[in-house]
Design a protein around this ligand. Structure first.
Ligand SMILES: *Cc1c(COP(=O)(O)O)cnc(C)c1O
Length: 415
């Protein structure tokens, strides 16, 4: 078996892949096919939230796989009902209902469809449906036709036009621009409380509050994309709660960390009334949406195990403690190549001074550093062209954080 050769011959080259062949994971570590061990602060891009092969997750998957792996959503899957209850009661803590998908992009498509239904239920004064969703520069919402169009990044759209219509892009953290962008066809605002892919950009609390006030004033839905930031990653069950806990969104999407490595996504829609008697959550009525795999017993059993570990071991609080430790250490450094540490909880990014990073043809400064860190045994992931993202498991130890910082420090001081 020659993995690299098979990749180039048989797999679509949609990723610029590093020459690393992963074969095994345990906790915060990952091994390649040569036996080399890496400290994994990429975690499959914020997916392995409780580390690799956590015994509780492995056992839940093994047990469910041997009992009932899949059945149709035509039936009342008990694990799905329980997971929905846990998400609503323990994590969102606002009345509403959940739909299960297989990925974050699909979850966002569900929110976009909810906005379209809302635009029909609450049309413009002339009776025509509203349909536009406002999203923000440097956002990332996924790769399906819907979530790609929602993503306000040119490079993601390249060569795929015509895009799905019905999106308007606005500068992030610019409330005046948001207000100016609202028009009679606007139906919803979709934002990441902490932008992950776009460079680890934290929304200002005042911006989220302002967006919520504008949504209320103009009868719009307010959606949070917590696909990367949710379920403890930012130190709280939900990232927006870390920023402005009193805000009540109309919809939320998740994926990544909620399955700990098992593919699952979901979105939640509020039960709030949109007129005298109609809850928002009833707009997605029987026949309006579906997924063959979504919310099957195996995926839900896996997610239940992950959310249970996050809750029981208070990994959100641990994430905040580890963030504080990392900031404390970083504050003592004198490393001009690193211009700052941004983010929230364990969704963190070191910004780079591009002029101090050796130029490599066809690579961004972040890709250059990520490759050097990998060489030294630390896996990370770029966020935009000049930010190196740290996404350790939420149960990472202080010693592992220190090891990662040592590798980063050595790397940037030996440039
Ligand atoms: C990764 C990501 C998505 C897309 O999730 P997929 O599971 O890759 O479809 C959407 N939104 C955000 C914020 C993400 O980080």
């Amino acid at each position: 078996m020659n993995t690299a050769a098979d990749f180039s011959r048989y797999v679509l080259p949609t990723y610029g892949r590093f020459p690393l062949v992963p074969v095994k994971g345990q906790g915060s570590y990952l091994w390649d096919d040569t036996g080399k061990r890496y400290l994994d602060f990429c975690t499959g891009i914020a997916v392995c939230s409780i580390g690799h092969c956590h015994p509780a997750l492995t056992a839940a998957i093994q047990q469910q796989a041997a009992t009932l792996m899949h059945c149709s959503n035509l039936y009342q899957i008990p694990q799905q009902a329980e997971l929905a209850r846990v998400i609503v009661e323990t994590h969102v803590k606002l009345p509403g209902k959940v739909f299960f998908s297989n990925s974050g992009a699909e979850a966002n498509d569900g929110l976009i469809k909810t906005a379209r239904r809302f635009g029909h239920a609450r049309p413009q004064p002339n009776g025509e449906a509203r349909y536009e969703v406002i999203t923000f520069t440097q956002s990332f919402h996924g790769r399906t036709l819907g979530s790609m169009a929602a993503t306000a990044q040119k490079k993601i759209h390249e060569g795929f036009d015509p895009l799905l219509p019905g999106f308007r892009y606005c500068p992030f953290n610019d409330l005046a621009a948001l207000e100016a962008a609202i028009s009679p066809i606007t139906a919803a605002i979709l934002l990441e409380p902490v932008q992950g892919e776009g460079g680890v950009n934290v929304a200002d609390a005042a911006f989220i509050r302002g967006a919520a006030a504008l949504a209320k004033k103009h009868d719009l839905l307010l959606f949070f994309d917590e696909v990367q930031a949710g379920f403890g990653r930012c130190g709280h069950a939900m990232a927006w709660r870390a920023l402005c806990p009193e805000i009540e969104p109309d919809g939320i999407s998740w994926a990544k960390g909620m399955g700990g490595g098992f593919p699952i996504g979901s979105f939640w829609v509020s039960d709030r009334l949109i007129d005298e008697e109609k809850p928002l959550s009833t707009l997605m009525s029987p026949g309006s949406h579906g997924s063959t795999y979504g919310g099957n017993p195996l995926a839900c059993a896996a997610s239940l195990a992950v959310l249970d570990v996050i809750e029981r071991e208070q990994l959100g609080a641990h994430a905040l403690a580890m963030e504080a430790h990392m900031r404390e250490q970083f504050a003592t450094w004198n490393t001009p190549a690193l211009t700052g540490l941004r983010g929230l909880g364990l969704l963190l990014g070191f910004s780079l001074d591009a002029s101090l990073i050796p130029a490599v043809e066809g690579k961004t400064p972040a890709q250059v550093i990520v490759a050097q860190l990998m060489e030294r045994g630390l896996l990370t992931v770029p966020a935009g062209p000049d930010v190196v993202r740290f996404l350790p498991p939420l149960n990472v130890s202080r010693e592992e954080i220190d090891e990662a910082l040592r590798i980063l420090h050595q790397t940037v001081t030996s440039l």
